[in-house]
Design a binder for this molecule. Structure first.
Ligand code: PRP
Ligand code: URA
Length: 209
């Protein structure tokens, strides 16, 4: 698929195997979702621009490369996306953080918006939207549409587990968005859950079930 990357690094696969396990407790689930986000952020930022500068080491002058100062924003889709923020800001501390609140109506599976607060200068930024799950793709599609109304430079979507149905819908709705997932699963079940997936990501992160 054109702009879809499955980040199947061994460390990521190992960590995904732990969060899939229904016996993994909430505190471990939360910690590992953050670690996966950090590793995925590393993969998703491979194309960040660098500028050559000189620094004096204790021995000599070295030509080195630094990030060119391009501005980034991270936007978690609430709630579950919150679990990925710390892992990403550990690597990119200067990133601004926006929030989009969406929940899936359990009957229609359609996303319902309840909150949107984005950095005021988002039009000057590259945006990384994060959510552990991409099932029907509806939440990611709506969140990205909201962000696009504010004219950001470029958008990437980083999720842990995706269903083929969600990836298809998302690439059709937003063909310009680069998508990164740690695992592309088999399908959705009748309740819109990813199979085999990991269950309800929000409930498992926050221990609400
Ligand atoms: C989950 C998940 C995604 C969405 C994915 O959120 O975190 O946001 O479902 O499903 P979709 O691709 O079919 O839209 P949920 O609606 O359960 O809300 P929560 O994060 O508050 O638990
Ligand atoms: N949201 C989740 O948290 N899990 C799924 O499997 C599908 C949507």
């Amino acid at each position: 698929m054109a702009n879809v990357t499955v980040t199947n690094h061994p460390l990521i696969q190992h960590k995904v195997s732990i969060i899939r396990d229904k016996n993994t407790p909430s505190k471990d689930f939360r910690a590992i979702i953050g670690e996966i986000a950090m590793l995925m952020c590393y993969e998703a930022t491979r194309d960040l621009e660098l500028t050559e500068v000189e620094v004096e080491t204790p021995v000599a002058v070295a030509k080195v490369k630094k990030l060119s100062g391009k501005k980034l924003a991270v936007v978690p889709i609430l709630r579950a996306g919150l679990g990925m923020v710390d892992g990403i800001t550990a690597l990119i501390p200067s990133a601004r953080i926006g929030h989009i609140g969406l929940y899936r109506d359990p009957e229609t599976l359609m996303p319902v918006e309840y909150y949107c607060k984005l950095p005021s200068d988002i039009e000057e930024r590259d945006v990384i939207v994060v959510d552990p799950m991409c099932a029907t793709g509806g939440s990611a599609i709506d969140a990205i549409s909201l962000i696009k109304k504010r004219g950001p430079k470029h958008i990437k979507f980083v999720c842990t587990i995706a269903a083929p149905e969600g990836i298809k819908a998302l690439t059709e709705a937003h063909p310009d968005v680069d998508i990164f997932c740690a695992a592309l699963d088999e399908c959705l079940n009748d309740h819109g859950y990813i199979v085999p997936g990991l269950g309800d990501a929000g409930d498992r992160i926050f221990g609400t079930k």
